[in-house]
Structures are given as structure tokens and as C-alpha cells.
Design a protein around this ligand. Structure first.
Ligand SMILES: NC(=O)c1ccc[n+]([C@@H]2O[C@H](COP(=O)([O-])OP(=O)(O)OC[C@H]3O[C@@H](n4cnc5c(N)ncnc54)[C@H](OP(=O)(O)O)[C@@H]3O)[C@@H](O)[C@H]2O)c1
Length: 285
């Protein structure tokens, strides 16, 4: 039995049954490069995930927002509703199998399918700092938690969504970190999990290309969110960072949103297996 989901479109609340057909025809009248497409975004009730969800909806998609806490889901859905965007929301802790199942079921029940999966949710390593700051000092429990949420959950969620995304020749965006290229001291296992996501992107891109599914990766630098507050509130760290990057500012969640919309859009139809750095500089050649 699925818990009730919040379903809102252009300021109106609807009962779930038969909704998708109405939503679909209503959006078809609208504009936007992602019109008539459905995007599922994990960890999308604040921070980078919310900015991505908002942008995908502004570009015409119907977006399923999700995160661990019902009140955050409700608040995000209400905020996006207030902006006239087409969204639904449900609770999904990406590390929990039953929550991942509910997310897939919600998208199917209310939208009839899905085109895009954006895997944004991650464990905040700073919460685990006392145990997990150094890689070799991390307990098995910390390794399991970080790898489960950051690395395994995108693959497990995608495996459940695969037949549906394949039907619509959709796209997948994983969210890594600049720490994948330039490890940050004290974030040991997190760094490793984010580097592994680059490998997951390349592997999935190869495996899913024959099915017509593209897989790319967003690689944010330091972005001003609650996740990174220990870093962006550290003046010395920020000054040092700004000196070493060309654009000399800390990023905002919105800086990460347009590129995800582009990667979902037909304009990116010939792009797969790519890692796109959004950091005010590039760590690569
Ligand atoms: N901010 C940065 O500087 C930065 C830099 C590089 C990469 N990143 C990456 O960008 C992504 C988003 O980071 P952010 O800075 O936007 O984080 P944030 O501001 O802390 O937002 C995290 C979002 O994910 C949800 N969430 C947390 N744990 C979850 C879980 N286990 N399952 C499902 N949802 C969960 C949160 O809502 P609930 O609390 O309701 O669950 C919230 O909606 C992460 O993958 C992070 O590694 C961030």
C-alpha cells in the first residue's frame, strides 16, 4: 500500500487517479524543451537537488521530488506549486530498498512512466567525521553507509527504473563532486565514493548505450548549501579556494541546474559517459 503522495499542478491539488492523462495534455499545450517528459530527482527538497528539480520543471518536465523527510517533501512541493510548476513528491531515503520501490511506484502510478533519473542524494560526510574523517580510520559501518547511499543506491534505483526509462529512451544524471578529482582531507570515504561514481558513469554509459539510454555525471565544486556549510563558512578555506579557481566565487545551487536540464534535453542526444565539472575552474586538461 503506497502512502499518500502530494500531487500539485499549477496551484491545483488533484486526486491521483487518471491524473497523468490530464497532466500530459495540459503540459502539451505549454512550452519547454522537456515538455511531456517525467524526471525523478533524488534528494531534491533543498540544496542542489531542489534547484535541479525546479529547473527541469521550468523547462517543461513533470518532476517527482523526494527526500527522507515528509515535511521537506511537502515544503518543496508547496514551493514549486507556488511557482506554477508541475510536481509530485514522495518520501525516499535512497539507502532503503522499500523507499526506492515506493519512488518507482509513485512515478509509474502518477505519471505513467519516467524519462529521466537524477541521482543527487548523498551522505553528508561531515556528520560522520568523528569516525570517518580519515579513510583508514573509517569503521566498516561508515564505509557501508557512505557506499550504500552514494554509490550503490543510484545503481540499484536505476536497475528498478531501467525498463521504464528504456521505453522512453531517457537519460540518467549521476551527481559526483570535485572531491572525485581533488580529494578533500577529512572526507576520506566520501572522496572515494565520488570518484567511484565517475567510474559508474562510464560503465553504465557503455552498458546502456545499446538501449538508447544516455548516462552523464554532474561534478559540482563548492556550492553554497547546508551540506557544505562547514567548508563555505570557513573563511580561510574559501579564500584559498577562490585563489586557486578562475571564477573566484563559491557556486550557488542554481549554477548546477541548467546543465542537468541540457543533459536531459535532445540537445545532448549525442553526449554520454561525460563528467561535467561545475566548479568555477576545471581540474582536467
Ligand atoms: N554542496 C556542495 O558543495 C557539493 C559539492 C560537490 C558535490 N555535492 C553533491 O551534490 C549533492 C547534493 O548536495 P547538496 O549540497 O545540495 O546537499 P543538501 O543541501 O544537504 O541537500 C541534500 C538533499 O538530499 C536529501 N537527502 C539527504 N540524504 C538523503 C538520503 N539518504 N536519501 C534521500 N534524500 C536525502 C535532503 O533532504 P532530507 O533531509 O529530507 O533527506 C536534501 O533534499 C550531493 O550528492 C553532494 O555530494 C555537493
Amino acid at each position: 500500500m503506497l502512502p499518500a503522495v502530494t500531487w500539485v499542478h499549477r496551484g491545483l491539488s488533484y486526486p491521483a487517479a487518471g491524473l497523468w492523462r490530464r497532466m500530459n495534455s495540459s503540459r502539451a499545450e505549454g512550452k519547454g524543451i522537456l515538455a511531456n517528459r517525467v524526471a525523478v530527482v533524488t534528494g531534491s527538497t533543498y540544496g542542489i537537488g531542489l534547484a535541479i528539480a525546479r529547473r527541469l520543471a521550468q523547462d517543461g518536465a513533470h518532476v517527482v521530488v523526494s527526500s527522507r523527510k515528509q515535511q521537506n517533501v511537502d515544503r518543496a512541493v508547496a514551493a514549486l506549486q507556488g511557482e506554477g510548476l508541475s510536481v509530485t513528491g514522495t518520501v525516499c531515503h535512497v539507502g532503503k530498498a522499500e523507499d526506492r520501490e515506493r519512488l518507482v511506484a509513485t512515478a509509474l502510478e502518477h505519471c505513467g512512466g519516467m524519462d529521466f533519473l537524477v541521482c543527487n542524494a548523498a551522505v553528508n560526510p561531515l556528520v560522520l567525521n568523528s569516525e570517518g574523517g580519515s579513510t583508514l580510520g573509517a569503521s566498516e559501518q561508515v564505509w557501508d553507509k557512505i557506499l550504500d547511499v552514494n554509490l550503490k543506491s543510484p545503481a540499484l534505483l536505476l536497475s528498478q527504473m531501467l525498463p521504464h526509462i528504456e521505453k522512453r529512451k531517457g537519460a540518467v544524471i549521476l551527481v559526483s563532486s570535485i572531491a572525485a578529482y581533488m580529494p578533500i582531507l577529512g572526507l576520506g570515504v566520501y572522496n572515494v565514493s565520488k570518484t567511484a561514481l565517475l567510474g559508474l558513469t562510464r560503465t553504465l554509459a557503455m552498458e546502456l548505450a545499446p538501449k538508447g539510454i544516455r548516462v552523464n555525471c554532474l561534478v559540482p565544486g563548492l556550492i553554497k548549501t547546508s551540506f557544505s556549510q562547514v567548508l563555505h563558512k570557513d573563511e580561510a578555506f574559501c579564500n584559498q579556494l577562490k585563489k586557486s579557481q578562475q571564477l573566484q566565487r563559491i557556486g550557488q545551487p542554481e549554477d548546477c541546474a541548467g546543465i542537468v536540464s541540457f543533459l536531459c534535453s535532445p540537445d545532448a542526444n549525442y553526449i554520454t559517459g561525460e563528467n561535467i565539472v561545475v566548479a568555477g575552474f576545471s581540474p582536467r586538461l
